[in-house]
Design a protein around this ligand. Sequence first.
Ligand SMILES: [Cu+2]
Length: 129
Amino acid sequence: MVLPVVMGALVALLIVGAAVRASGRREQTVLATADGGVQRVRIRVERGYDPEVITLRAGLPAVLEFQREEEDPCSERVILDGFGRNVFLPAFRTTAVEIQPNRTGTFDFACGMGMLKGRIVVQGADGEG
Ligand SMILES: [Cu+2]
């Protein structure tokens, strides 16, 4: 029977894919720079966001530098619902998006179609979420 073998291979592939994805997820903690107290993080955009999870501190402005390294229309907009931003990202450019993370919490961001996903975690000054 060929079908069970194919199914088994597919399941194995899915498990491997999930493991790679889990280990590939990177979290970056961003603390205020000494000059001007602006938090700054660069996010590479290519078939996803790298890092996918960004930790910010509440109460300090933050600049997210989206470095888009592809022309795939999927990633041409980034939507930060929690911050009321919907921004066009030109291909092979870095676009700075300034946000004001005043409230603690977890705020998802995504491409225009909701296929590429990232997350901003805003923590209080004491490091609590
Ligand atoms: Cu997309």
